[in-house]
Design a protein around this ligand. Structure first.
Ligand SMILES: O=C(O)C(=O)C[C@]1(C(=O)O)C=C[C@@H](O)C=C1
Length: 365
């Protein structure tokens, strides 16, 4: 068979497969609509329906990854199903998501990775504004960065949890690749200023020291803001990611310039919805202890004696007294698990205050 004939035959097969996929996706979408009707019908008086079910979504994605036999890899396949589910949910209820903006930030990329593209996403100017927008009920969920593998905690986010009553409903992890971006009019041999967010400048410190040691580094409110500035300045460059490069039509003078190749940021999904256990969950708590020797030890012992895996511990000034601290702790398990309930009860007896911020499925994608 000639190459043209082979291609023709393969494309006929692809067309027929696409028709089947179309039919199946439409059938799935109709099922989701029916799910919405069932949820509406079974409401008690005064109850609002819960359309978004993170625990179910985590299960669906994991199930797909378990079944997948290639040639597409698990992540790619789950990403496709992520988008199908996002569109199905939008038929039930289009979710409104606030994120740390402006458009083109890594937080927006994290929001889309977690919820898919069929959501209404609203950029906010500051982390605290994301919290306030969620608290006011103007959006269903918010997305905020909480820690970076190179630079550590995002303190604005931790401090916002002390001020707002918020439930953590999920987490997303994003590999962060930074590029040195320039515009069409940039004179690349005359760059005298590099804009980026302070965290991104820090994540590329060694690369900048080696390649642009004498160029001024200017910290701005976000990488997207950095990219926007560069558009109109012939002597400056920005450090930002792919989304910002695309949004502002910038090109990459150097790619993947982060000092650590595994540079990742973890984001949290905040809202008001409690998420039931999936069997593979994490819990986040804030505990404040009496200001006495051994307080941290007392806080950690119940975890150790019950073999509970701590994934993170962070300390912040408590704001209620000088030299008093609160501990942000993440661990494996759900606060409804009997073992975890036991640990929390023991901590409660020793702590001045204990707040469970939420239990949520471990990031799948
Ligand atoms: O199972 C549900 O509760 C659904 O609403 C269906 C569905 C899906 O498309 O699979 C859609 C949205 C939810 O977040 C979870 C799953």
């Amino acid at each position: 068979m000639s190459e043209a004939d082979q291609l023709k035959a393969l494309r006929v097969r692809i067309d027929s497969l696409d028709e089947k996929i179309l039919e199946l996706i439409s059938e799935r979408a109709s099922c989701a609509q029916e799910v919405a009707r069932v949820k509406m019908r079974s409401l008690a008086a005064g109850e609002t329906p819960v359309f978004y079910r993170p625990e179910r979504e985590a299960w669906v994605l994991k199930h797909i990854m378990e079944l997948n036999q290639g040639p597409l890899d698990n992540e790619e396949m789950a990403r496709l199903f992520r988008e199908i589910m996002s569109s199905c949910l939008a038929l039930e209820q289009p979710l409104k998501i606030a994120y740390l903006g402006p458009e083109g930030t890594f937080t927006q990329a994290a929001a889309l990775k977690h919820f898919g593209h069929a959501v209404i996403s609203r950029p906010m100017a500051a982390i605290d504004e994301v919290f306030r927008e969620v608290a006011a009920g103007a959006v269903n969920f918010g997305v905020v960065p909480v820690e970076n593998s190179t630079e550590g905690a995002v303190n604005h986010t931790l401090d916002s949890f002390l001020e707002h009553d918020m439930v953590i409903c999920g987490e997303v992890e994003l590999r962060i690749h930074h590029h040195l971006l320039v515009g069409d009019t940039t004179k690349t041999d005359k760059i005298s200023r590099i804009y980026s967010h302070a965290q991104s400048l820090a994540q590329c410190r060694k690369w900048l020291d080696a390649n642009y040691p004498n160029v001024e580094r200017v910290a701005v409110s976000s990488n997207a803001d950095a990219a926007r500035r560069v558009k109109s300045e012939w002597n400056s460059a920005a450090i930002a990611g792919d989304m910002a490069a695309e949004l502002y039509g910038l090109s990459k003078l150097a790619e993947k310039i982060e000092d650590r190749p595994d540079n990742s940021t973890r984001f949290l999904i905040i809202g008001s919805q409690e998420v039931p256990p999936t069997g593979d969950d994490k819990t986040s708590i804030i505990a404040s202890m009496r200001n006495k020797p051994g307080a941290l030890h007392e806080l950690l012992v119940p975890f150790h004696s019950n073999g509970i895996d701590l994934t993170r511990i962070e300390t912040r000034p408590s704001r209620s007294g000088k030299w008093t601290y609160v501990f942000f702790i993440d661990f494996v398990g759900h606060h409804r698990d009997p073992l975890i309930r036991d640990v929390l009860d023991r901590i409660q007896q020793e702590a001045v205050a204990l707040k469970v911020l939420g239990s949520y499925p471990k990031a799948v994608l």
